[in-house]
Write a protein that binds this ligand. Structure first.
Ligand code: 7RM
Length: 536
């Protein structure tokens, strides 16, 4: 499949170094699409198939993509998603795209335009042999967009050799992968977890990798465990948000399936709270599996801080994590000084580069340096805070910037603000995250309307939610929108997000000193309105 698609891409002029966008659901053909690009030296840019047409278009434009690979429709949790229609809409903004390969998932009758090529037909004419392009170790293998605290999403670039080595080693040692094991990571290939631990890590180790196309609750909350029994899965890698969701549905969905094949339970994406850790360990793993809570990022390419079940002295402990081979975490204070004592929070940095580190931001190396290497000169800065305990274990305390984590999806609050601001009725917006039982963080938007707006608040709120869905994706839609006459600002006009975060988290009694605000009286108004919304 890979070679036929690779030959077909070559025949249609795709060359070494070209960027190819892949907007497809989790499927064998999607994996083949990634590997086909790799085989001919093209740089794939997988765009999560839940992103809107505008989000897809901006990623295509930023990367100078000329070839797009997509699917007629996706099917997720019993719902049909019209991927081709979304691509067609994106194409209105992308005149530089020359060709769109369209594969069949449902076989629906989708309109085909001049630029469209039926993927399976094109592949059918091709040989199953394809001479691989010889690449240099530092050439790019792929790019992947991720959210930052400011500006538009960044196209992080990963290298051929270092990335693959790192994905491969971490997969082998963190999950204790042994030849013959059946390994399952339920992430979507649209995220870095899907790249490193559905595709590159397991396949480079010759593993059987399970592709999970659905959602954890369809047709019911037993889906993962039914799959574990049916496929005899040895390692499973999931997101904490799914664990929290499933634990609420009760243990019987888990216990009715045979999970005796499981040896390693992994999770990634956000903090695994104690209750969820306990349930995953004791109910799912029957207390006899290794639990690896793995910390890493799109930028790091692979797992950096994690327990390592394969270590001879591995202890089964909750949460705490240790650095992987070659990773030297450093905690730094505000003055860029190393924190050498234990139990003090600091900025989580890494001292030396490691094989999997992203090499640049596509088209903007200055931004790469400014974001990751300049804040703490001499170190890679992760954007997260952490604490080291007396045993040398690291505990992640969360993001230090305006990035939030919604159902395990990384989201910049500035992106949501930009989307809301585009609505003609909106004067100004401030978006913060707030603790959410299942999602990890929810999205809370404070919106000031323009003076001449006559539409009802209720209708505006509906429209604003639709705008965010259209500009970004469904997961970015605010859970709560508070229409407010003003925002808490300093005299120099900076929004004090600290105050908004406290109010959103129902901690209005912890606001601290608000006297430096230009208009301290706005705080009482915001708190009152929040209490009204919270009651609903
Ligand atoms: C793999 C991935 C990265 C951000 C990161 C953290 C948070 C990830 C954990 C975690 C606590 C964890 N890539 N994060 N893993 N926080 N414990 N085990 O998620 O680029 O999408 O997100 O996710 O804030 O900076 S990502």
């Amino acid at each position: 499949m890979t070679n036929q698609l690779a030959n077909s891409l070559r025949r249609h002029g795709v060359k070494r170094g070209d960027r190819v966008a892949i907007y497809m659901p989790v499927s064998p053909l999607t994996v083949a699409a990634m590997l086909a690009c790799a085989r001919i030296g093209a740089i794939h840019s997988v765009v999560f198939a839940g992103f809107s047409a505008e989000a897809l278009a901006s990623r295509i434009i930023d990367a100078g993509v000329e070839t797009v690979l997509t699917t007629d429709q996706a099917v997720r949790g019993g719902k049909v998603i019209n991927l081709k229609a979304t691509v067609d809409k994106a194409m209105e903004q992308c005149p530089k795209v020359k060709q769109v390969f369209v594969s069949k998932r449902t076989g629906a009758d989708v309109p085909m335009y001049e630029r469209d090529i039926q993927m399976e037909e094109a592949m059918a004419h091709e040989s199953t042999e394809c001479e691989p392009e010889v690449m240099s170790s530092e050439d790019l293998l792929f790019m992947l967009y991720t959210s930052g605290s400011t500006g538009s999403p960044k196209g992080l670039c990963h290298s051929q050799a270092g990335y693959l080595l790192y994905a491969s080693l971490t997969h082998k040692f963190v999950f204790d992968y042994q030849p013959g094991d059946i390994y399952a990571c339920v992430a979507d290939v649209g995220w870095i977890t899907g790249h490193s631990y559905v595709v590159y890590g397991p396949l480079s180790n010759g593993a059987t990798t399970v592709l999970f196309e659905s959602i954890p609750t369809y047709p019911d909350p037993g889906r993962y465990w039914e799959m574990v029994e049916r496929l005899k899965v040895n390692q499973i890698y999931v997101a904490p948000t799914a664990v929290r969701l499933l634990l609420k549905s009760g243990d019987s969905y888990v216990t009715k399936y045979d999970r005796s094949t499981l040896r390693t339970l992994g999770c990634v994406g956000e903090p695994l709270n104690h209750e969820a850790w306990d349930w995953y360990n004791n109910v799912v793993g029957e207390g006899r599996c290794s639990l690896a809570d793995t910390w890493w990022q799109t930028e790091t390419g692979g797992i950096c801080i994690t327990p390592r079940p394969s270590a001879p002295n591995a202890e089964i402990t909750g949460g705490p994590m240790r650095p992987f081979f070659g990773i030297e975490p450093v905690l730094l204070d505000e003055k860029c000084q190393e924190i050498t004592v234990n139990n003090e929070p600091g900025a989580l940095c890494i001292r030396r580069p490691w094989p999997g580190i992203a090499r640049t931001i596509y088209g903007n190396h200055t931004r790469y340096l400014e974001t990751y290497l300049s804040p703490y000169p001499g170190f890679y800065f992760s954007g997260d805070g952490a604490i080291r305990d007396d045993n040398g274990y690291y505990h992640i305390t969360g993001r230090m910037d305006d990035v939030i984590n919604v159902t395990g999806h990384r989201l910049g609050t500035a992106e949501v603000e930009d989307a809301v601001d585009e609505h003609p009725a909106v004067a100004e917006t401030a978006v913060v995250g707030y603790p959410h039982d299942i999602k990890g963080e929810g999205v809370y938007a404070y919106v000031i309307l323009k003076d001449d707006v006559t539409t009802s608040e209720e209708d505006i709120i509906k429209e604003l939610k639709a705008t965010v869905r259209q500009k970004i994706a469904a997961y970015a839609v605010p859970d709560i929108i508070q229409i407010t006459p003003g925002l808490p600002k300093t005299r120099s006009g900076k929004i004090m997000r600290r105050i908004l975060r406290k109010v959103s988290a129902d901690k209005s009694d912890e606001l601290g000193d608000v006297s430096t605000l230009a208009d301290p009286s706005i705080v009482a108004v915001i708190v009152k309105n929040h209490d009204k919304l919270a009651k609903k």
